[in-house]
Design a protein around this ligand. Structure first.
Ligand code: GLU
Length: 476
């Protein structure tokens, strides 16, 4: 049985956005499901587009998500180097083989000459094909001109692991550049050599490469290589589904999500379900489940839509799945400044109360600050609340005074006893929970949302609850 070997082959041209990372993730899933090998190869043959620092950025993005690779620049491996600019001699060697077989030749034309061919084709209403201008006696290739592949035009039919059966006519095949005049190979050439030498079994990549696939098939044939399984992943579109996801629609550096309080496993779940499902209604998957259930034939063929609200929802779901100890570790950098001197036991007690309400870890300060310090009353918040603004300030204060009296009676300040007192208060005041409890909640927290009222009061303590209610009344 062949060992599954998949790769992620990014170009170091900037930060990693969702589309790129999803490609990496699917390739990683396939390797993981069969104890195969996942390889990180850096395709740095376009020196003009290269952005400094991108390689580290790519590695850090994958690490943050929990995608690990077994072979790569930092890890080495039997099939290295894993940086294409360090493999130039290898590409030359394979280029020479093609020259020797009569399947590659030096391109003698200047830019202007090529442009003239293009213009001519346009005038004749024909697609421009370089092979129509193949030089009869090309000069010997000395590296100063581009080296071109001598294609063998023919129709193709092939099966894409995602897109299904595909076919093209001979017009899709042309003589493309293998090695540029700067000495660097083109993507079209070197990825094929590398995938072969690195014994890659599955090549997953974005839709933008699908139109070039017939050219790749032609080159595989010329090199007598058995091609890997090819899987094309549809684009990730903006939420409106009309255009490819761009920076304005939320395509940002994947690492930014970490600092914004997203969990890597939620991001992984989100990416995995951008165009894939397991055939059931299940939406929340653990990493283990995703690896186990993923399959290329359930990746949808139409573009996926990037819905950040869904990511937010998934993040909340994954936060709930964490054990308290794990969550405690994850929120280390997210506590409000007021929690600085609080001890671990108290912080964990607070965390347990708010766990179900956090959508991102960044919500932590706003939802916990009042557990660590007395909040400053902000009655404007009561005016913003649809329910509360049904009462005037005096009625609101009066209700809080009645609450103070009720709280004073609760000697043993447990959540149950507090709840009974609050229920009793509903009866005596004739108020709805939506009004009374919202008011008390606001008066002790001055936060837009908080955990269950009885839990909140019990954690703050009886004395502090009474003080806060009095402060709120004084400020009314
Ligand atoms: N270097 C290409 C890119 O970054 C990779 C395409 C592939 O996976 O083969 O888009």
């Amino acid at each position: 049985m062949t060992t599954i070997r998949t790769r992620f082959a990014p170009s170091p041209t900037g930060f990693m956005h969702v589309g790129g990372v999803r490609t990496a993730l699917f390739a990683w899933f396939i390797a993981q499901q069969s104890s195969g090998t996942f390889i990180l190869r850096i395709e740095d043959t376009d020196k003009v587009r290269e952005v400094e620092g991108s390689i580290t950025q790519i590695e850090n993005s994958l690490r943050w998500l929990g995608i690990d690779w077994q072979e790569g620049i930092d890890k080495g491996g039997t099939f290295g180097p894993y940086l294409q600019s360090k493999r130039l001699a290898i590409y030359k060697e394979w280029a020479q083989k093609l020259i020797d077989q009569g399947r590659a030749y030096a391109d003698p034309y200047s830019k202007d000459e090529l442009e003239a061919f293009r213009v001519q084709a346009k005038m004749n209403k024909q697609p421009f094909l370089y092979r129509r201008h193949r030089p009869e006696n090309p000069p010997e290739w000395d590296g100063s001109q581009p080296l071109r592949f001598k294609s063998d035009p023919k129709p193709y039919t092939w099966t894409d692991a995602v897109m299904g059966d595909l076919s093209t006519g001979a017009d899709a095949i042309d003589d493309f550049i293998l090695i540029k005049s700067d000495g660097f190979p083109t993507y079209n050439f070197c990825h094929i050599i590398d995938d072969m030498l690195m014994e890659i079994t599955h090549v997953l990549r974005s839709q933008e490469f699908i139109s070039s696939t017939p050219k790749f098939l032609n080159l595989y044939e010329a090199l007598q290589i058995q091609r890997p399984i090819l899987g094309t992943l549809p684009y990730v579109m903006a939420i409106d589904g009309k255009k490819k996801l761009g920076k304005r629609d939320g395509a940002k550096d994947i690492l930014e999500y970490g600092s914004e309080g997203f969990l890597p496993e939620a991001m992984m779940n989100f990416l995995a379900t951008l165009g894939w499902n397991d055939g059931t209604e299940q939406e929340v998957f653990t990493v283990h489940e995703m690896i186990e259930k993923f399959s290329l034939d359930r990746v949808q063929r139409s573009p996926a839509r990037f819905d950040e609200q869904r990511l937010l929802w998934l993040n909340g779901q994954h936060i709930r799945l964490l054990s308290l100890d794990d969550l405690y570790v994850r929120v280390t950098d997210f506590w409000p400044a007021s929690a600085k001197d609080a001890d671990e036991i108290y912080k964990k007690q607070v965390l347990a109360l708010v766990q179900d309400r956090l959508k991102t870890l960044k919500d932590l300060p706003i939802i916990t600050d009042y557990f660590f310090q007395s909040p400053v009353p902000n009655w404007l918040m009561a005016d913003d609340n649809k329910q509360l603004r049904k009462l005037n300030r005096q009625e609101q204060s009066e209700l809080l005074s009645q609450t103070m009296k009720a709280i004073e009676q609760v000697k043993d300040f447990t959540t149950d006893n507090i709840q009974s007192a609050l229920n009793q208060l509903l009866i005596t005041t004739g108020q709805k929970p939506g009004i009374l409890f919202s008011l008390i909640r606001l008066a002790v927290s001055w936060a837009p949302f908080s955990p269950a009222l009885n839990d909140t009061l019990a954690t703050i303590g009886r004395g502090e609850t009474l003080t806060r209610l009095q402060t709120a009344i004084d400020a009314a």
